[in-house]
Ligand binder design. Sequence first.
Ligand code: TYD
Length: 199
Amino acid sequence: MLITIEGIDGTGKSTLVRNLSEMLNDMDPVITREPGSTWIGEQVRRGIAEEIDPIAEALLFTADHAAHIRDVIRPALSAEKVVISDRYSDSRYAYQSVTLDTILPDALGWLEAAHRGWTIVPDRTYLLTIPVDEAMARLSDDRDNTEHFEKADILSRVQKNYLMLAERDPERFVIVDAMLEKEKIGKFVADSIRQFVKR
Ligand code: TYD
């Protein structure tokens, strides 16, 4: 069972994933993330920091995904584990659709084609949503270095893309209000995952 957690920067994704790992401890889930579950993730972070060419950046994220699938996701699913990934392919579809928008005529189509045939589509995706000005306020509060994606206009387009993806696939997506209290969000998503796994 592959479960992914998505949302723009500043939605509290990482806190949620940390809480889930405690709340679902009895299920012994494999908790993982993109980018960065393999050494390629370090190159991705370097690429983000240096603001490399957007095509190169998109392909680095995708390379990290391929390695993540082979080294972490596929083995865990074969062992019938519940896998929870902090970001996954929808991050590419939502973020790189924006960064590639002026470069390619159909960025989303290009990104999806780059994944087709080898990626593993999640069984369930929790999408955290938040007003963009609130996300920006949280980002400036809790860190001093921000990534180049973390600008209001970009995040607002990324969130629109996420919502479009969710609308296209309502069976897979569950939209979660990131303005709720952290404990509430944790409990809601943990309960929902338990129900989904039982099903
Ligand atoms: P993030 O999960 O926010 O890492 P951290 O919490 O360490 O900052 O990911 C880093 C940035 O990369 C974030 O702004 C989202 C972006 N990103 C993409 O643009 N495309 C992708 O495919 C992924 C996985 C992340």
